[in-house]
Write a protein of this length. Structure first.
Length: 238
């Protein structure tokens, strides 16, 4: 039995980059490790009990498949640098255009699988007993995510996962109000917020910018807030 319900997701580059980048190499490696272990292969990493890499990859895949066209277009933009015209337009009461928002039918169970994966990864960072191989895998994933000169650390890899999970979990009364606005949009995809909904949007975007910059350097976090949303959900000077 599934518990699939509309979930508010933003067409925000930082969130989408973190979410899309989880698959390769991290989730692919975890998936293959689990498959190899089940097949009785030699020299396989030993994952801690309860961590099913194949299930984690499949959960991510189902969330990806649930993403609407506008968010898939954003992935193509990130990969190719080409802009795409499709997407929602979220407008405030004075016509200000917010980051596009979408309703995605995501199963809560799939989110919980990623939450559990994050818990395992944090235990690996703490070097708990039984997590040595997972820690080694995270170290190697960091080398793939970074560059030859500046590889990422295991901590940065886990922060990437944590940021994506945090946005997936941003569901409360404010997101319920915004989901109502998004789902009421017509064929033109114009989402026109009421005054109350715009206040909900300001609170939501404030939490979003905190989530997508968690674990990043203070200067980068401050710049992201200043450039993208300001302190009230709008870019400074808007």
């Amino acid at each position: 039995m599934t518990d699939t319900a509309p979930r508010l997701l933003p067409a925000h580059e930082s969130f989408l980059a973190d979410f899309f980048d989880l698959e390769e190499p991290l989730l692919i490696w975890l998936d293959q490790t689990t498959r190899d272990a089940r097949a009785g292969a030699d020299d396989v990493y030993t994952l801690p009990p309860g961590l099913d890499g194949e299930a984690a990859h499949e959960a991510w895949g189902r969330i990806f498949e649930a993403l609407p066209e506008g968010l898939r277009d954003e992935r193509r933009t990130l990969l190719t640098g080409e802009e795409h015209a499709t997407g929602n337009m979220v407008l405030g009461t004075d016509g200000y255009e917010y980051t596009p928002l979408y309703a995605a039918p995501v199963d809560q169970a799939d989110v919980e699988v990623l939450v559990a994966l994050l818990d395992h990864c944090r235990k690996a960072l703490a070097r708990e007993t039984g997590y040595a191989d997972l820690r080694s895998l995270l170290d190697q994933a960091g080398e793939q995510y970074g560059t030859d000169r500046t590889p990422e650390t295991a901590e940065q890899v886990v922060a990437r996962l944590a940021r994506a999970v945090a946005v997936l979990q941003l569901q409360d009364d404010d997101t319920v109000a915004l989901l109502a606005a998004v789902t009421a949009a017509g064929p033109d995809r114009r989402v026109e917020l009421t005054g109350d909904q715009e206040q909900a949007a300001a609170r939501y975007f404030d939490r979003l910018i905190t989530a997508v910059t968690e674990g990043k350097p203070p200067v980068e976090r401050a710049l992201a807030r200043f450039v993208e949303f300001g302190d009230t959900g709008r870019p400074s000077g808007a």
